[in-house]
Design a protein around this ligand. Structure first.
Ligand SMILES: [Zn+2]
Length: 206
């Protein structure tokens, strides 16, 4: 696994994307070719999965290399724009994971009307970069799902401008976006979110 690599080169970024897809497929987070993954190399270029490919069986040919400010090339997923918007707004983001994981999908539907999910007093909150204690309150924004990605990107930008500590957000009935300084961080965040969303679901059922 090369997830520990800080994506120094284009090739490292491509490898990080391929490994992230494989890992996520083993977890059942990317059913039926869903989800997408991207990593930023030190030269600023983005490696990102092409549309419609099995994320558990990626090869380098399934990973597009794009410039941050150029229009996405043919073969890009519609959701590429959501990845690029995050990279543009925060130079500290090095990896982004978008998954259609079960707990994120179900909980985002149940709590969509509230506009966010509050995670607090979980030990696993310490999995998120910069959090040192369970005595933390993390609000994860939820946006209504939309096929109008441009409008969605604007809405997400406005909400993130207003401030959020969570390295992720939910699209209701759709899935999770999570990010980090490296792909390894983004995957750890995604795994922590998915576990904590599961806890919220079990707690709500009790
Ligand atoms: Zn999606």
């Amino acid at each position: 696994m090369s997830l520990a690599i800080l994506q120094a080169t284009d090739a490292d970024a491509v490898d990080a994307v391929i490994d992230a897809g494989r890992f996520s497929a083993t977890r059942g987070w990317v059913p039926a070719t869903s989800g997408n993954f991207s990593a930023r190399a030190q030269d600023g270029r983005i490696a990102i999965t092409a549309s419609g490919v099995d994320k558990g069986a990626l090869s380098a040919a399934d990973v597009l290399r794009i410039a941050l400010d150029a229009p996405p090339p043919a073969g890009s997923s519609a959701e590429t724009a959501l990845h690029l918007a995050l990279y543009r707004r925060d130079a500290a983001i090095g990896g982004i994971v978008h998954i259609h994981s079960p707990h994120a999908t179900v909980l985002s539907r149940r709590r969509g009307a509230a506009g966010e999910i509050l995670l607090e007093n979980y030990e696993l909150l310490k999995a998120f970069a910069g959090i040192r204690t369970h005595a933390t309150r993390l609000a994860v924004p939820i946006f209504p799902n939309s096929q109008d990605i441009g409008a969605l990107a604007d809405q997400i930008d406005r909400r993130l401008d207003a401030g959020t500590a969570a390295p992720g957000y939910l699209l209701a009935g759709h899935g999770l976006y999570a990010w980090g300084a490296t792909m390894r961080d983004a995957l750890r965040h995604a795994e922590a979110f998915e576990f904590l969303f599961g806890c919220e679901l079990v707690g709500a059922a009790a």
